[in-house]
Design a protein around this ligand. Structure first.
Ligand code: FAD
Length: 532
């Protein structure tokens, strides 16, 4: 967007040049303010700026880039309401796709950890937290209630620290509006792989930040990574399990798949560019921001993935493209980082600006002032400033937005020896095993637990309670670590009612399992064969 803005400014409506910006969203997210969306101290829409208003002379294509063909100089974008192919040809191409959240290779994170990068993530997290508080207020099982009131955030960098500080302030303050919640029952935990949080900052500021968080009740676990998650707990690198229904992971990011697929040279997944932001060997192709390894002349390394660099690279790229169109030489990108700032919640922050270290209230005032100035769009500045004033006077908003049912097929992960559902539970979904093994176990009077079956990949379980609308007849327990697909009650009901072959298949399966269950329940019988 900053490249498009620079092109508009420099080209002054030149009719010979067309600028097209392809973006999944028709808005720019001002990420530094994203943590405040969690607590609701800034309105959801106030941290984002509509691209059309900021780049009125640019053709905005609100679609997803699906392919970049550097050889034939075309970009293919996804289809919209009409499923027709849509290709864009270019003379100059700027690749600024950022990076993506990736939970690959960490068991259960994809299914159970909440990412924190996009506006949608902040909104989902906020709603999830309020949901957990609502559930805790009516939960009578003390252990389960504690899991609902435990919030784990992984990653002690800026995003993690700012997110955990906002979550902590929000849950402690919101809990006062719930009749049965005690603020003292709330646990907020920050996991950090290193010996001190905020390693990007000078040690004294990082220490200040760490102590501030701890003083406000956040448990900071150092030298500890999040190794995995299930629906019920966070699994730590030291093997410990923290029962928690909210696990947030801010750490992992990976190359955007569009970038990974490009044939050009990369350095740790980022496109290698010259100091003028051009991609070597591909004339007319430029790359910048988080997805590019831009040489930093001030440090001799690649520029760090920060907004302050990306924005300036965007402007420089626009200027260089205009220079190329006019046959002038491109200028190198030269920028010395101005500093770093991190909000710690509760009117406190840490900042290092042009070598000056600030902490506490003054740093917080500077933090707010600078980011307000940087927020694109005058109307957004007014909205955020009024949000901040109102936030000082009013209680936090605890409205949970339900944006339509998230239904259908989901995924879940269980470590070995976990209860997936219990005998007597309500049948709420069907499970299909992707990998791993699950045991069906029934409590028999006088015989204790009887293993009815051991199921493996490609088999399903949980259908009986759904079809018969009856409580679960057995407990399902993971025998090994297991990944499953889940089909919720509504989706299963619709398929079962309207797809006769599927109905027949499940009826047959149920009869077969009932026979096997009866045999296993007979005193003389041992465990039955796997896969009934
Ligand atoms: C929570 C959080 C807080 C942060 N706070 C700060 C801070 O305080 N200070 C700071 O300097 N930096 C901060 N950063 C880092 C900063 O946001 C990034 O460095 C910066 O946004 C990088 O800009 P970019 O344009 O390279 O990528 P992005 O801002 O990620 O933009 C990439 C864009 O491309 C779009 N896109 C991706 N794939 C496709 C596709 N296939 N088709 C179409 N569009 C696509 C994305 O939707 C996105 O809009 C923060 C980051 C996060 C996550």
């Amino acid at each position: 967007m900053y490249t498009a803005m620079a092109l508009e400014r420099r080209l002054k409506g030149d009719p010979n040049v067309q600028v097209t910006l392809v973006s999944k969203e028709n808005y720019l997210v001002f990420q530094p303010m994203l943590p405040e969306v969690i607590s609701g101290s800034i309105g959801i829409l106030d941290t984002i700026a509509p691209i059309r208003r900021l780049c009125p002379k640019t053709n905005l294509t609100t679609r997803t880039v699906e392919n970049i063909d550097l050889k034939n100089r075309t970009v293919t974008v996804s289809s919209g309401f009409r499923p027709r192919p849509y290709h864009l040809e270019y003379d100059h191409l700027v690749i600024a796709l950022g990076n993506v959240t990736s939970f690959a290779c960490q068991s259960g994170l994809e299914e159970h950890a909440l990412p924190f990068k996009y506006l949608g993530d902040a909104l989902v997290l906020r709603n999830h937290i309020i949901h957990a508080l609502e559930e805790a207020d009516i939960e009578d099982d003390a252990q389960f209630r504690q899991a609902l009131l435990t919030f784990v955030v992984a990653g002690g960098g800026f995003s993690g620290v700012e997110a955990v500080a906002e979550i902590n302030d929000f849950v402690r303050s919101a809990a006062r509006s719930f009749r049965k919640l005690q603020v003292s029952d709330i646990r907020v935990i920050l996991l950090h792989a290193g010996p001190l949080i905020l390693p990007e900052l000078p040690e004294s500021l990082a220490r200040f930040a760490q102590e501030r968080l701890q003083r406000r009740g956040i448990e900071v676990r150092l030298n500890t990574r999040l190794a995995g998650a299930t629906a019920d707990y966070a699994l730590l690198s030291n093997g410990e399990r923290i029962p928690a229904k909210t696990v947030v992971a801010t750490v992992p990011s990976a190359a955007n798949p569009m970038v990974a697929a490009l044939p050009c040279k990369k350095e740790r997944g980022r496109i290698v560019v010259t100091d003028t932001l051009e991609v070597p060997d591909y004339p007319g192709v430029w790359a910048l921001g988080d997805c590019a390894a831009v040489p930093d002349v001030t440090t001799g390394q690649s520029c760090p993935p920060t907004a302050q660099h990306a924005i300036r690279q965007g402007r420089r790229c626009g200027e260089n493209i205009v220079a190329a169109l006019r046959g002038e030489p491109a200028k190198p990108f030269v920028f010395k980082a101005l500093g770093k700032m991190g909000a710690l919640g509760h009117h406190s922050a840490v900042a290092e600006i042009l070598g000056v270290k600030l902490s506490g209230y003054l740093a917080w005032v500077v933090w707010r002032g600078i980011y307000l100035m940087k927020l694109p769009g005058f109307d957004r500045k007014i909205r955020v400033a009024s949000d901040w004033i109102l936030d000082l006077l009013l209680k936090p908003d605890i409205v949970q937005l339900k944006t339509g049912a998230a239904t259908g097929v989901g995924r879940e992960h269980f470590e070995a020896d976990e209860v997936i559902f219990n005998q007597g539970n309500r049948g709420d979904r069907l499970y299909i095993i992707v990998d791993g093994e699950v045991e069906m176990v029934r409590e028999e009077p006088g015989r204790g637990q009887v293993v009815l079956a051991r199921l493996g990949a490609g088999e399903c379980f949980g259908e009986m309670a759904l079809v018969n609308d009856a409580p679960r007849m057995a407990q399902a327990r993971s025998h090994t670590a297991v990944n499953v697909l889940t089909v919720d009650r509504a989706a299963f009901g619709a398929l079962f009612a309207n797809l006769p072959p599927l109905r027949g298949l499940f009826q047959q399966l149920i009869e077969q399992r009932q026979r096997a269950g009866t045999a296993a329940a007979a005193p003389a019988a041992g465990p039955v064969d796997p896969a009934p």
